[in-house]
Design a binder for this molecule. Sequence first.
Ligand SMILES: [Zn+2]
Ligand SMILES: [Zn+2]
Length: 288
Amino acid sequence: MGLTMTKEGSASLNESRISKENNESSYLTSVFKDNDINFSMSVQINEAEYKMNPHNYSKYVEILQLLATFGSTHSASKLGYINLRGLNATLEPDYASSAAYYLIALKFIKMTPNTKWDTGLILEVVEGLTEVYRFHSNLQRDLLIWDHGIKMMKFVDSVLEDSLFLKDSDLREFRQIKAIRIHIAYCLALTAEAESKNTGDYRKTVDLYRECEQMGNCGLTAADKLVKKAHTKFRLLGSRVPRVQPICTTCNFKASDLKAIWGLLVCPKCQTVACCSRACLKKHLNLH
Ligand SMILES: [Zn+2]
Ligand SMILES: [Zn+2]
């Protein structure tokens, strides 16, 4: 990855880029001059969006970077998106930076009291990060970033799971909360799947995809597609989970070590149960 992050997902990663050009100082001053940094930030963002023409993309990105260093979740999320998709073919996608900005956005969200959470913005961040995880990331290669994101998403999920949070939300917000939780559930299953590739044990992965699937549709396209995908994954990976329990169906002998498990005889008729011996298998076959 072309980008180094501190453990905390520090927002200082753009310092070098910001100090590159001298005229950056004017932006810096204009933000600090104002007592109300938030107000100043929104003015700067409007200005940044207003300047969206091909010659000003880099300026636009620089302003967003500056605002992100001052704690603007919206700007960090936008930078995550810009780095994920590229900007009108003038800026190439940079997935490591995309992940880093989404993590910064999650960190800002985590620092905000949850009574002030903007579910639309959180959904944007979680949607973007899910895309990075699904298509542009690798658990083994990007272990630190991956884990960091999963931990923060689990935190967000635990807050949203709280029914108190749902009490005052309207339908739109309710759908967004559900969509966020679907995305997080999918990322958790994806993480388990990556681990399963090493261990060969897919039980946890299959359970997690099932949980995601069972959350059901929320009416928002991206999340509903994930529910469908989770269903496919559940069926596909389900075949890798041994369905036969290592217990003799006749005498209840439990095979606890590998040698005993290999010694079990799977019923050739139903193929859903095992027996410890030929005698037990014979008794079971008589039941068919
Ligand atoms: Zn038996
Ligand atoms: Zn049988």
